[in-house]
Design a protein around this ligand. Structure first.
Ligand code: AMP
Ligand code: MG
Length: 404
């Protein structure tokens, strides 16, 4: 049986990033940047005032002084009138600093106390407070310089990157296309949510939980529905993924050794099955391969196993597919509150992590059966027991993965 890390590597070598496309900046939030971005201007673009006030000549920085107001500069104006000693310019926040000035005094530190919008500039102003050279001036290039590399390919664009791109004047941006993600469930026992249950049937839930995980990872979802336990139905739904040009297919259930596990059978016949067993708990029957050239994941059917296998294997694959630079998951350690037993497989257990004094403490959320979704609902982390370990003492250090 493959180890978790071997399986992950074998998956990732079979995944290639999708191509890029150009989108308007309005639609770029949450998308993955496809090229490096260098600044084509300085930011700020020009020296400007950080306050509403009066721009002063270097000779007039100390109070008290009364100065002649010879210019009135609003945001968006550009004044070329040089400010001489004993002169000042009224200036608004964001307006360019006029030639000849060395600092700006805030309006609150002058005798000009008319605050009604539209009030014209006074003829003279008396300053009540000294200012240092450069005070209240935002210098051109303080934030970044023309030519600086400011963003790199493979990052997901957050609000702050979108704001920066807008300030740099980028109306369009190259991003990776959203991967098309086809999702299939299978099992004769599954009824749609909302349908009345009949004896022996359960509500189908994996397509909801896995769709939520996939959409959070930024894909375009193609729902293939629920296949009945027979080859023909599984095959015809997989063919829909091919027609829809899916970049990846994820199915749940039907990949273990039951008499009705047809998903694995179809992949073996019409595709290529790379592996289907991993030394892991939960999630031993995990299939990976290709269906008509499309990377295919056959996750276990049990809801917790499907969730954990998505986190461990599908998520990094979607990151690579979507062009993200893959970084190892942030590594966190916690102290185990109570002793636990494991079976020697690499285990991903549901746990609650809490901060106690100066340490993170991990507690399991009750029964760890792979169908017990409520134990997952109560968890805020997966606790990892390494392979080969059969028991851990209370107070051991354990690795955890926070889950949102
Ligand atoms: P299987 O892999 O088909 O043997 O399924 C394993 C377990 O997971 C069974 O108890 C199934 O009823 C359950 N299961 C499979 N698929 C789903 C699904 N889409 N939603 C909820 N439970 C499922
Ligand atoms: Mg089944």
């Amino acid at each position: 049986m493959l180890s978790v890390s071997e399986a992950r590597e074998r998956i990732l070598v079979n995944i290639l990033p999708v191509e890029s496309q150009t989108v308007s900046l309005h639609r770029a939030a949450g998308r993955v940047l496809a090229c490096d971005i260098s600044a084509e201007t300085d930011l700020p673009l020009f020296d400007n005032s950080s306050v509403d006030g009066f721009a002063l000549n270097a000779a007039d920085l100390n109070y008290p002084r009364t100065l002649n107001v010879v210019a009135d500069i609003r945001a968006g104006d550009y004044s070329e009138i040089p400010i001489q000693p004993e002169q000042a310019a009224r200036i608004m926040t964001g307006a360019p600093i006029p030639p000849g000035t060395e600092a700006v005094v805030m309006v609150e530190d002058t005798d000009f106390n008319l605050r009604t919008p539209g009030t014209p500039a006074p003829n003279t102003v008396t300053i009540h407070k000294s200012v240092r050279p450069g005070e209240n001036i935002r210098r051109r290039g303080d934030d970044l310089h023309c030519g600086d590399e400011v963003l790199s390919a493979g990052m997901r664009l957050r609000a702050q990157e979108i704001g920066l791109l807008a300030m740099l004047g980028a109306a369009k941006v190259a991003v990776y296309r959203q991967p098309r993600f086809a999702l299939l469930s299978s099992g004769d026992e599954l009824l749609p949510v909302g349908a009345p249950l009949t004896p022996g049937k359960i509500h189908e839930s994996n397509s909801y939980a896995l769709a939520a995980l996939a959409e959070a990872a930024g894909v375009k979802l193609i729902q293939l529905g629920v296949a009945a336990d027979n080859e023909a139905d599984v095959r015809s739904r997989l063919e829909r993924a091919v027609e829809a040009k899916a970049d990846v297919i994820v199915s749940s259930a039907g990949v273990s050794e039951g008499a009705f596990d047809f998903v694995k059978a179809v992949i073996e016949e019409d595709g290529e099955l790379d592996f289907w067993k991993i030394n892991m708990r939960p999630g031993k029957p995990l299939a990976f391969g290709k269906y008509r050239g499309i990377p295919f994941f056959g996750l276990p059917g049990n809801p917790v196993s499907a969730f954990v296998c998505f986190e461990v294997f599908v998520k990094p694959a979607l990151e690579k597919l979507g062009g993200l630079v893959i970084r190892p998951r942030p590594h966190q350690m916690a102290r185990l509150a109570e002793a636990l037993e494991s079976d020697g497989r690499e285990s991903y257990l549901r746990a609650v992590i809490s901060q106690e004094n100066d340490r993170l403490v991990a507690r399991l959320t009750g029964h760890q059966g792979s169908g017990n979704i409520f134990s997952l609902v109560r968890a805020n982390a997966l606790l990892i027991v390494p392979s080969g370990v059969k028991s851990l003492l209370a107070n051991s250090d354990v690795e955890i993965w926070p889950i949102e």
